[in-house]
Every structure is written in structure tokens, then in C-alpha cells.
Design a protein around this ligand. Structure first.
Ligand code: 5CU
Length: 361
């Protein structure tokens, strides 16, 4: 059974050029006051500080597709489904968005074509453009050979994923059979990390801000009835659904005990959190622990979980380490969670992705 990595990012050359042309987040640049830091990629608002934690070093592993293939070869990954990394095109002025989306998606499609059978992709959407442009790009992505869905963040058209104006976008995705790979970027407001946050590197926004952002975004979708209105929409959640597998019962219980919702009759016919998690939601296995992975498997079923690495993020900190710790931890979480059941482990490592995403092999 092939090993398939469905959570693996790239900034294609056209996107790198865009990042290099900018001076506010997101951007890539060198800092004359700190030449030894080299080129830095600054994407998260919380990391745009003058300290050593300003962004991260950025090398060819972020944009050179040969580096992706080298990483795959070292880790015996047969197929990768690559996606543009955050913050996608969220920051673009409306007028630039549609054309940039086409350019970036064509760049990614070309990269996939260079390695037949090894690379597929999730496209990116011009979400700051009018919804009709977004729908047009969804239609176009459906015609590209290697595209298998779209990656997007939690801001939607500007006011979140529970915005009814997104319904035509969800319907276009449902109609063309493309899934949404939902990925966090914005985290939580910096104030929750407190006045000493810069002492703690990137730990708080990445370990907690990201998963909570995903949890809140999907819960808003559930509460607003997206999955009732677009019942066949499929969503793949990054980082094993944030904290959803752990909190699903609490969310369901809060709905059942909410007098306001009951009075308004809003949730009377709504599908339960558990049913949406089983029928509409896939989870990646990028959670670094068999404990959390078991909760993900219990929630969405082992046939809905797919292996990922988050490459090129979380590289080894020591020079000369060939196998990445982040790869090994996620791989071992699968084999530990599924114990002796090699067949199920193989499915999570690749078989599920082959089936769900229709990969040719
Ligand atoms: O390390 C990080 O900041 C990130 C990020 O921004 N996006 C991602 O997918 N993983 C890690």
C-alpha cells in the first residue's frame, strides 16, 4: 500500500515573488540589522516582532519542488497532495485575487505534471474577489488533472465560514466533488497569550491558537447549518480537527441545553455534531500523539483519517538529521494507535487517501 502525505505545503515561485515584493505580513525578506538570520518568512501576525522569533528561515524546501521529492524519497512517501501554505491569497486586494489564483494554481499544476504519479494538489481560491470569481476558479480547478480539492483558511469571504454568502461556493465544491482542506492561520487574538508571550517562541499560537481556530470555525459552520444546507460537502480538517474530537460531546450538549436556540427553533432539524463528523468530515493525522489520534479515529472512523507531515514546517533543529522528528512522531502515532491492525494502519498511511481523493497510484 502506498504512503500518501495529504498535508504538505509549498509556496510556488509565483507566490514567492509576491511575498518578496511585500513589506507587511505576509512577507519574505532579509534584515540588515541581523544579516546572519538570512531570508525570513513572516506569515503570522504574532511573529512579526523584532526578536529572534521573527518568522522562520526560508530556504528551497519551501518553494523548490525537487526538495519536496527529496523529502518524500528520504521518508518513503510515495505520493504527496501538495497545497499552498497559509495565508493563501487572503491578504490580496479584490482586483488582484482571481488572476493570482489562476497563476498560482497553474504553477502548482505544472509542478505536479513534472512528477507523474507522485504529486497531486489542492488548489487555492481568490476569496477576496467576488463570489462569482471564486465559483469560476472552482469550476476551472475541476478540469485540472492533478487537483483534488481546495485549501482554505477560516476567514471565508471576510466574515468566517458561517457566512451564508459562502453557500454558492460550498455548493460549487459539492457539485464538482472537490473537498475543502480547512487549515488555520489566524489563531487567537495575541492578547490571550499574555504580556510574556514573546518569551515562548511560536509554541502558544501554533500548539493552541491553530487548533482552537479550526475548532471554532467548524463549530460556527455547524451552528449556522452549513452541513444541513449543503449535505454532501466534504471537509478535511487540519491537525486532526483541532480539538473537535475531544469537544464534540460538549458542543452537542451546549446545543441541547441552549434555551435561546430552542426558542428560536433554529436547531430543531439540525444534524448532530457526531453525524457531521462521521459523514462530512475527514481528519488528517497530523497530531503527533496516539492518544489524540485515537480520539480522531473514534470520531470520524479510521476510514476518514489520512496521514500528513506538514512539511516543510517543523524541520529538525539539528543539522544533519535526515529523518524529520515531525514525520516520525506522526507516523508512530498511527502505528501505536492502531496496534496490531496493520491493515487499518496501511489505510490511514495511504489507502484512505487513494480512495477518498481518487489518486491513480
Ligand atoms: O510553523 C508555522 O508557522 C506553520 C504554519 O504557519 N503553517 C503550517 O501549516 N504549519 C506550521
Amino acid at each position: 500500500m502506498p504512503i500518501v502525505d495529504i498535508h504538505t505545503h509549498v509556496y510556488p515561485p509565483s507566490f514567492m515573488a509576491l511575498l518578496r515584493s511585500r513589506t507587511s505580513v505576509p512577507y519574505v525578506r532579509e534584515f540588515p540589522d541581523n544579516p546572519s538570520a538570512g531570508s525570513r518568512l513572516v506569515i503570522l501576525p504574532a511573529e512579526d516582532t523584532a526578536s529572534n522569533s521573527r518568522g522562520r528561515p526560508v530556504g528551497p524546501e519551501y518553494y523548490d519542488i525537487k526538495e519536496k521529492i527529496a523529502f518524500m524519497d528520504i521518508h518513503k512517501i510515495d505520493i504527496s497532495v501538495i497545497s499552498l501554505a497559509n495565508p493563501w491569497l487572503d491578504f490580496l486586494p479584490s482586483k488582484q485575487a482571481a488572476e493570482t489564483a489562476r497563476r498560482v494554481n497553474d504553477d502548482v499544476e505544472r509542478m505536479c505534471g513534472e512528477y507523474p504519479g507522485r504529486l497531486y494538489a489542492f488548489g487555492t481560491l481568490p476569496l477576496s474577489a467576488p463570489a462569482t470569481d471564486v465559483e469560476e476558479e472552482i469550476e476551472r480547478l475541476g478540469t485540472l488533472k492533478h487537483m483534488r480539492g481546495v485549501i482554505m483558511g477560516t476567514s471565508g469571504l471576510g466574515s468566517g465560514l458561517d457566512d451564508p454568502a459562502l453557500d454558492p461556493v460550498y455548493e460549487a465544491l459539492e457539485k464538482t466533488g472537490q473537498l475543502v482542506f480547512l487549515h488555520p492561520h489566524y489563531g487567537l487574538p495575541n492578547s490571550v497569550y499574555g504580556p510574556r508571550a514573546s518569551n515562548y517562541g511560536h509554541v502558544l499560537p501554533l500548539a493552541l491558537g491553530f487548533p482552537l481556530e479550526t475548532t471554532i470555525a467548524v463549530t460556527r459552520m455547524l451552528l449556522s447549518g452549513v452541513f444541513d444546507r449543503v449535505p454532501k460537502l466534504k471537509v478535511l480538517l487540519a491537525h486532526s480537527g483541532g480539538t473537535l474530537p475531544f469537544l464534540a460531546g460538549r458542543i452537542e450538549s451546549c446545543v441541547a441545553h441552549d434555551a435561546h436556540l430552542k426558542k428560536e427553533g433554529k436547531m430543531a432539524n439540525h444534524r448532530s455534531v457526531w453525524s457531521v463528523l462521521k459523514e462530512n468530515i475527514y481528519l488528517d493525522a497530523v497530531i503527533y500523539s496516539h492518544v489524540a489520534l485515537k480520539a480522531a479515529i473514534d470520531t470520524s472512523g479510521s476510514d476518514g483519517i489520512m496521514f500528513g507531515t506538514d512539511h516543510p514546517f517543523f524541520p529538525p533543529l539539528e543539522e544533519g538529521e535526515k529523518e524529520w522528528l515531525s514525520f516520525r512522531t506522526n507516523y508512530q502515532a498511527i502505528t501505536t494507535a492502531l496496534g496490531e491492525d496493520q491493515k487499518q494502519a496501511d489505510m490511514v498511511l495511504g489507502g484512505n487517501a487513494m480512495k477518498i481523493l481518487g489518486l491513480a497510484g
